[in-house]
Write a protein of this length. Structure first.
Length: 209
């Protein structure tokens, strides 16, 4: 079973509480999601592999560590996932970015895939799939299905807020995936929204209703 981790760093928790407030504007919401994503990026990249490399300091030659092995790709689930990309790119600027587009049928609440554009070497990369909300889990499951179908094997799912129902569904569908969230909230309501949550992350990021 992949790991499930709530990233409880005080700065992450503080900033997440700020954007739960329904009265904060689009600009503040977007900037703060970006900051939280950078902070989460430190944690989700903690187990990236290192290798020894020789470096010449002004004093002497020495052997120290640098990143090794798999390269990274960030895969936002459109459209809300876009809000988390730049924050992680701040830390890992050489990462490639792929996109998976999903929309939710308002009647059935089921996700539908409408767009997939990925780096060609997706099978050789460490993937961070990002979406602010893990609610029912449907979009995350379908996005990871799409990635695995194209050869991806090394996948982490990163979100700001998760519902227990979504975590359970994602773990059952993809038990090998590590899940990182800034908060595990109480439940889903009858409309499929996380309670207490922070509303519709896409609408709040992009100023739509």
């Amino acid at each position: 079973m992949g790991k499930f981790e709530v990233l409880d760093h005080p700065l992450i928790q503080h900033k997440l509480t700020l954007i739960r407030d329904k009265n904060v504007g689009t600009k503040f919401f977007r900037e703060t999601v970006n900051e939280i994503s950078t902070l989460m990026g430190y944690e989700v990249s903690r187990d990236m592999p290192l290798e020894d490399v020789e470096v010449e300091t002004p004093i002497q030659t020495t052997v120290k560590k640098q990143l090794a092995g798999k390269k990274v790709a960030i895969i936002p689930i459109l459209r809300a996932g876009l809000g988390m990309v730049d924050g992680i790119l701040e830390l890992i600027p050489a990462a490639k970015v792929g996109h998976i587009g999903m929309y939710r049928d308002e009647e059935t609440l089921k996700p539908h895939e409408y767009f997939v554009k990925l780096p060609s070497d997706i099978d050789q990369r460490q993937l961070f799939v990002v979406d602010p909300m893990l609610a029912t889990g449907g979009s995350a499951i379908m996005a990871i299905d799409a990635l695995k179908k194209r050869g991806a094997t090394n996948i982490k799912f990163v979100c700001l807020v998760a519902a227990p129902e979504g975590v359970k569904a994602l773990q059952e569908a993809h038990p090998d995936i590590d899940i990182y969230t800034a908060a595990l909230d109480e439940k889903l309501n009858e409309d499929g929204y996380i309670v207490p949550g922070l509303g519709d992350a896409g609408d709040r990021l992009f100023g739509t209703k």
